[in-house]
Design a protein around this ligand. Structure first.
Ligand SMILES: [Zn+2]
Ligand SMILES: [Zn+2]
Length: 155
């Protein structure tokens, strides 16, 4: 993890707290690719350290956007996210590294299912054409609700 995500405990302690704004490059927190998603750019991170008892409390806010593929037509699109998290660290160490917290918070925001637009028509199940561009002309028979009913009855 890079030094840019590392903060001196002495500095935080002497000041009684610390605020920082960072632009975290994707490669810093995700050296390995994330399955089914990639960061569209740096993650903006707002850090607020405070000292309480023998701990340092970090309040973290992040925002950015994931590039992912549409669940219906596979088109790449961006999904913006904003999230917050809290973490505490012991005071008896030289520095705190917030990289893992930024990473975890961003990972939780990876879209599991996302559409390029609300009314995405998806791909034709027969010819695979993107139906958002134009209809493909395949005749897709809708499954008859009675067919399933017949099966159930065993007739
Ligand atoms: Zn789509
Ligand atoms: Zn088709």
């Amino acid at each position: 993890m890079s030094d840019s995500l590392r903060f001196s405990v002495t500095e935080i302690r002497e000041a009684g707290g610390l605020c920082a704004s960072l632009e975290v490059e994707p490669a810093l927190i995700f050296p390995e690719p994330v399955p089914n998603a990639a960061l569209a750019g740096p993650v903006a991170a707002e850090l607020e350290f405070s000292v309480g008892g023998n701990r340092i409390l970090l309040q973290l806010r992040i925002s950015g956007s994931w590039k992912t593929n549409c669940s219906r037509c596979l088109a790449e699109h961006r999904v913006d996210f904003a999230a917050s998290a809290e973490e505490t660290y012991p005071l008896d160490q030289d520095s705190v590294d917030v990289g893992e917290e930024v990473r975890q918070a961003a990972l939780l925001e990876v879209p599991q299912r996302s559409l390029c637009r609300a009314d995405c028509k998806g791909l034709c199940p027969q010819c695979g054409k993107d139906l958002n561009a134009e209809p493909c002309g395949c005749v897709v028979k809708p499954p008859s609700p009675f067919a399933a009913l017949k099966k159930l009855k065993g007739s």
